[in-house]
Design a protein around this ligand. Structure first.
Ligand code: MCA
Ligand code: AMP
Length: 492
């Protein structure tokens, strides 16, 4: 039994979702999800963990499809509406789905893949047809979702979570941040990552609260919703707070007062997915009276650490382990480190993912022999609270809250006919955290980097496109021939 969905039966008349100007109750969500499940089953008893991919913008329909897949016993694989066709093709080839459910706006975009890789494309309307059947029993240990995350390998890996993992990821936050039925949250994040799916949407639905979708982030629209007074909670990545501050800075004094007054009324505002710069925290406090609650998470673990809801929220720190999360810090020899020493974060608990999709070797490598998940993040316990110091790999970039693999971009760049070699790094940036930057070695001819970006956009999502380029005759390398990325950063 999936408790997230079972619980909704006790909230049937409450408002669950607001999307595209309409409001939907929990009863409507359950009914639509049941239809989706029936159409997916199409006479079968259980989907038996078949992968169902879907390309649907954040909306009531997105949630009904996700729940319908779960009710029928399938694995939900959300696709990103911002991704170009090759990125989608990669996920489809990797998950071998039974079908791709497509919103009408994306049918033409996806149709070449029907022929190319033989995937079955199903229009969104057709799985909402009015049919009903008895639904299967779905076990908590079953695989429920695959989300793609970039790592230290070139191509993203599918992170598989079970229903039990998802439930643990939700309940720890509901407890720690005191979610209640009367809460109302705005989702402005993409729904192919944990932050939007779990922290915002699923925590609201677990609690009998309401989640409103804005399909695309725009500072003005977010401020208008805040001014409306209907929000009790808001969660976003640091870049979004930076953009909201920039909008506030450019507004008239009267508008600033209205925005500040409304924002001060929320019961909680959270920042995460990337380090929250202290100047952003301080400016937000100055203009809204709100101390942002910073927390730390990862696709593989959900949320791990959080500053306190009722107690101290210390700038530059990510707090303490959430309920149910075990955490330790070790040195390079796997020896536990003490307070004020830098160490690598390792995490255990029911929220930790099951496996990387069809990558047993990568899964094995991600855990210690005694079952701790190796996050790759380096931190320190400082006066009772943890802080993040960085990552163990220079090949991972965080930009706008998205995790990006430098190796993936380098591999694509090397396929360009004029590029002989490339190295990609993240350069610190106030707004984006880091900005993707590339050093190119050309095959002799002069190169137009604008054209390189345009060419890359056909193959990679916008947030992975380099914003800075330099062209050099060779890449800086150490005696072993490895590119010295810290040297390279200095060259920009
Ligand atoms: C866009 N632009 C950028 C970047 N992205 N410039 C530099 N670096 C970037 N990364 C530029 C575009 O080229 C464009 O420029 C302008 O910004 C607007 O582009 P647009 O695509 O419209 O951007 P946006 O919609 O304003 O996006 C900013 C955003 C977005 C809303 C912050 O990046 C976002 O949704 N981030 C959240 C990602 C997320 O949910 N991560 C959670 C991962 P021009 O105008 O010149 O063309 S889950 C996770 O990390 C774990 C579990 C956790 O802890 O939460
Ligand atoms: P993702 O793989 O997209 O889920 O990104 C997870 C990574 O984001 C973590 O491993 C951290 O490196 C980073 N991250 C998440 N929250 C924070 C935070 N509050 N401060 C610093 N880094 C963070």
């Amino acid at each position: 039994m999936i408790q997230l969905i079972e619980r909704a039966k006790s909230f049937t008349n409450r408002e669950a979702l607001v999307s595209n100007g309409s409001s939907y109750t929990y009863g409507q969500l359950l009914e639509s999800a049941h239809r989706v499940a029936t159409n997916l089953l199409d006479g079968r008893g259980h989907l038996g963990e078949a992968r169902i991919t879907f390309l649907v913008p954040p909306s009531f329909e997105y949630t009904a499809v996700q729940w319908g897949i779960w009710m029928a016993g399938g694995i939900a694989v959300p696709l990103c509406v911002l991704h170009p066709l090759p990125s989608i093709q990669y996920v489809l080839e990797d998950t071998q789905p039974e079908m791709v459910i497509a919103h009408p706006d994306y049918i033409d975009f996806l149709s070449p893949l029907e022929k190319q890789i033989g995937v079955s494309l199903v229009a969104l309307e057709s799985i909402f047809q009015n049919r009903s059947t008895t639904l299967p029993d779905v076990r908590m240990e079953q695989r429920a979702m695959i989300l793609y995350t970039s790592g230290t390998t070139s191509k993203p890996k599918g992170v598989v979570t079970t229903h039990a993992n998802i439930q643990a990821q939700i309940t720890t936050l509901v407890t720690a941040w005191e979610w209640q039925q009367d809460d109302y949250i705005l989702n402005i994040l993409p729904l192919h990552h944990v932050h939007g799916i779990i922290n915002v949407m699923s925590c609201a639905l677990w609690s009998g609260a309401c989640c409103e979708f804005l399909p695309k982030f725009e500072a003005e629209s977010v401020w208008n919703v805040i001014i409306s007074g209907r929000l009790t909670l808001f969660m976003a990545v640091p870049t979004i707070y930076h953009k909201l501050i920039a909008f506030w800075d450019n507004a008239s004094e009267m508008a600033q007062e209205e925005m500040s007054g409304a924002a001060s009324q929320l019961r909680l505002m959270v920042s995460g997915s990337a380090a929250l710069p202290i100047p952003v925290l301080e400016k937000w406090l100055k203009i809204t009276g709100q101390t942002l609650l910073e927390r730390y998470g990862m696709t593989e673990i959900g949320m791990g650490l959080s500053n306190s809801y009722r107690g101290e929220r210390r700038p530059g720190h990510v707090g303490l382990p959430l309920p149910g999360v075990e955490m330790r810090m070790v040195d390079s020899k796997d020896k536990i480190v003490g307070e004020n020493e830098a160490g690598a974060f390792q995490i255990k608990g029911p929220s930790v993912f099951k496996e990387y999709w069809q990558k047993p070797e990568a899964t094995k490598k991600a855990f210690t022999k005694d079952g701790w998940f190796i996050t790759g993040d380096i931190g320190m316990l400082n006066n009772g609270l943890y802080k993040i110091l960085g990552r163990d790999s220079v090949d991972i970039i965080k930009s706008g809250g998205y995790k990006i693999s430098a190796l993936e971009i380098e591999d694509v760049l090397r396929k360009h006919p004029m590029v002989q070699d490339s190295a990609v790094v993240g350069l610190p940036d106030e707004e984006w955290g880091e900005v993707v930057s590339a050093c190119l070695v050309t095959k002799g001819e002069a190169i137009d980097t604008k054209k390189i970006s345009e060419w890359l956009k056909e193959q990679l999502p916008g947030y992975k496109i380099p914003r800075n380029y330099i062209v050099r005759k060779t890449l800086p390398r150490n005696v072993l021939g490895k590119v010295t990325k810290n040297e390279l950063k200095k060259m920009f």
